[in-house]
Structure formats: C-alpha cells, structure tokens
Write a protein that binds this ligand. Structure first.
Ligand code: OGA
Ligand code: NI
Length: 330
C-alpha cells in the first residue's frame, strides 16, 4: 500500500490484502490469558535461597526467556529512549528514509508477498564512535539519548552474561571480549483493525548471544512453550531477556534459544527496543570445551559468527547491509 500525502499506512478500516497472513501462521491466541510462567527475576536480591544467577540459569534452561526487575537501569534513561524512538517513528515518512537500510517502513519487509504490521529501525552500535554517524540525526536528541541507553544495556548484559558464565562453569570473563557488539532494533506496532489476520513479527529465534528487550507496558510478545504460544506479560520497568542461538551453541544446548513472535492489537500501539548482544564477526562460535565430554558430545559445528549470519540469512532482508556494517568494524 502506498502512502498518500503522508496519511499513515495503518490508518485504515480494514486490513489491506497484502498484510493478511495465511492460516498456517495462526491462530493468534489473542484471548489466551497473559502468561505468568515466564520467570521474573529480581536482580537486587536472592529469592529465599535461590540467587539471581541460579534463577537466570534455570529460566534459561527451561524457558530461554525471563524478565528482570530491579536491574539498576534508571527509569529516566529508558523513558528517554522510548520517547525519542516514538518521536522518530512519528516523523513524516520521507524524513525517515534518509539513511536507507536502517529504517524499514511497513512495506519494505514481506514474507511471500505479505507485509508485517510494524515499522522497524535497526542500526549497529559498536564501536559507537564509528556507528553513531549512521544513526538518525532527527530527533536531534536521538544520538545522545540512545548512546546513553546503550551504555546501560551494555552493563546489564555483561552482568547477566557474567552470571551465566559462572552458572555454566566457564572461565571468568568468557563472554567479555565476545559480547561487545550490539545491534539495536526498535519496532513500532500500530493498532490494527483485525489482529487475527496480521503479524507484527514472524516466529523466529534471535541470532544473538542474548537479547535485551524493553516493551514498556504493552503486550503482544508471544513465546513458544511446550508447543503453544503464550503471552509474555507486561511488567513496568522490566527487561525481557532471551537466550539467542549463539549462547545455545556455546552452552552445547543447555540453554535454549526459543521461538517467539509479536501479535498485533486493536487498541494498543506497541513500541519495543530490542538490543541484540552479538559476538564479534570473526569470533568462532562452538560449544565451550568444558561442556563437551564423552557423555555430552558436541552438538554443533564450529562456525565463525559472520558465516553463521550469512548462511542463515540471520537478519532477513537486511543481512547483507548488516554484514557490511559489521565488516567495517574489523
Ligand atoms: C526481535 C524481537 C520483539 C518486539 O527484534 O527479535 O523479537 O517486541 N522483537 O519487538
Ligand atoms: Ni526476537
């Protein structure tokens, strides 16, 4: 659907044909109760005798997903990042096209000719001094606010990876050098006249080590659990953390990279900020030596991260552009 005089693409009474996914992608489970089975972990204290690190390990093995609260990231930094992204998405569409590949309007991405009900902004974040020039210049606060947000995300992700490192029995600092590369991917999912027909994001696994997602107080994220889609509840100020494919490989399958998707809503606008914490492009990803033995042979073939990305077309239509951005870091 073409945008006319900047009327918004989602300002429609009926879902246009090219946004309708076939039934094989449904049902959308829109009425299923909000799932409370994704563990919520308080990072500031133990829960009885269970430490935050132990809780993270068992959530990562059983669900591949958990939420963290009392994580130490100031609310204001998160709020600022959410508002600056909202302002970005609210700009007239031609102002969002300036940098080409980083902004995807709803018609850029299609699976079998069908578009997702969302807009997306993606950009690399490491090293920040080099990447920042690829980021939006408008809103004018964008670069300052998002870089401050990413500093916090970096700290939190290292903290979580540190706990996982200990939980897996890997040597101290195992993830430190390989987890500097971040990729930001923010989505806005406007209200949709009939969410039974559309999808915000197709079912996928993340090609990251871990992903930290902020979803404000909106719903729509669903996680595959025992063959069913379950909703991830909205918890104010929490971050949703999930194990990506690379950490599943390094842990030799002990930690699970789980399929998830986003469904739309008739009323709500969902704005999310996903930060993928990725290995460096040249890093060889393979099961950690200490986790492989006769009883538990290696379940994955070693692969350089950039080869993995290429081979799996890990970032969809934008894989090549993202690979090029990654390559320029070397
Ligand atoms: C992703 C993702 C969920 C969301 O970007 O990989 O799963 O809510 N995002 O946008
Ligand atoms: Ni994802």
């Amino acid at each position: 659907m073409k945008e006319l005089n900047d009327s918004k693409w989602y300002d429609v009474e009926f879902v246009p044909k090219d946004y309708v996914f076939s039934k094989e992608y449904g049902p959308r489970n829109l009425d299923s109760p909000v799932c409370d089975s994704i563990p919520v972990i308080d990072l500031s204290k133990a829960n009885g005798h269970i430490t935050p690190g132990e809780a993270i390990m068992s959530a990562s093995q059983d669900f591949g997903f958990f939420q963290v609260i009392n994580h130490g990231i100031p609310e204001k930094k998160v709020g600022d990042a959410m508002s600056v992204l909202k302002e970005f998405f609210d700009m007239p569409s031609k102002e969002k096209q300036t940098k080409g590949w980083i902004y995807t309007n709803s018609t850029d991405y299609a699976k079998d000719g069908v578009h997702l009900w969302r807009e997306n902004l993606k950009h690399p974040c490491h090293p920040v001094e080099d990447c920042i020039r690829l980021w939006p210049e408008n809103p004018t606060r964008y670069q300052e606010v998002i870089s401050a947000y990413l500093v916090e995300i970096q700290k939190l992700s290292l903290r979580i990876l540190g706990m996982i490192c200990e939980g897996l029995g890997l040597k101290d600092g195992y993830f430190e050098d390989m987890s500097e590369v971040q990729l930001l991917s923010s989505n806005i999912y406007p209200p949709c006249p009939d969410p039974n027909l559309t999808l915000g994001i197709l079912p996928h696994q993340d090609p990251s080590l871990i992903t930290l997602l902020y979803q404000g107080d909106s719903t729509g994220l669903q996680v595959m659990k025992d063959g069913e889609w379950v909703n991830v509840g909205a918890i104010p100020n929490a971050f949703v953390v999930n194990i990506g494919n690379q950490l599943e490989i390094i842990s030799n399958g002990r930690l699970k990279s789980i399929k998830h998707r986003v469904v739309n809503s008739t009323r709500e606008t969902r704005l999310s900020i996903a930060t993928f914490v990725n290995p460096s492009p040249d890093c060889i990803i393979e099961p950690a030596k200490v986790l492989v033995n006769e009883m538990e042979p290696s379940r994955y073939t070693p692969k350089q991260y950039k080869e993995y990305v290429q081979y799996n077309n890990a970032f969809g239509n934008h894989t090549v552009a993202i690979q090029n951005a990654l390559r320029s870091e070397n």
